[in-house]
Design a protein. Structure first.
Length: 151
């Protein structure tokens, strides 16, 4: 009898814990994560983290608050990147992707979906930090491209 009570107490505790965690996850986050956030076309080569990407069309998806997946049209044109959420002052009217430009080199900086106030920003790579430290390179300029929402 004691054994049955112990198992039912553990099962009850696990169920209670699962329901509590489930109530903390908002439905909008569940729908947004892991699904394509949008497509964008890039007319220049760029870098995401340590990965060099060719000019082309890409789909971006936020897998979690700290993981982004970018997929191009070829099998070697995909990558995952660590991102951090960044809060905007208001919801974005249009989706956009942003790159930092240093001369003729571009680094993926972040993505914001239309209708959302939170974007996802990549951490600066070692190569981008070196560009910032170079004495003869000016501060980066921002290049924005449209993010077309996926349906």
């Amino acid at each position: 009898m004691k054994r049955l009570t112990l198992h039912s107490t553990i099962a009850s505790s696990l169920l209670s814990c699962a329901l509590t965690i489930g109530s903390l996850v908002s439905p909008s986050n569940v729908l947004a994560q892991g699904t394509p956030q949008g497509k964008f076309s890039v007319p220049f080569d760029f870098q995401v983290g340590t990965k060099h990407m060719q000019a082309g069309t890409y789909t971006v998806a936020i897998e979690s608050d700290h993981l982004m997946r970018m997929q191009g049209t070829t099998s070697d044109s995909s990558t995952y990147s660590t991102v951090i959420p960044e809060q905007a002052i208001k919801s974005q009217d249009k989706g956009r992707v942003v790159f930092h430009r240093y001369g003729n080199r571009y680094f993926f900086q972040g993505v914001w979906a239309a209708g959302q106030a939170t974007g996802h920003v990549c951490l600066r790579s070692r190569a981008e930090k070196e560009m910032l430290r170079a004495a003869n390179n000016p501060a980066p300029s921002a290049v924005q491209l449209a993010l077309n929402q996926s349906h």
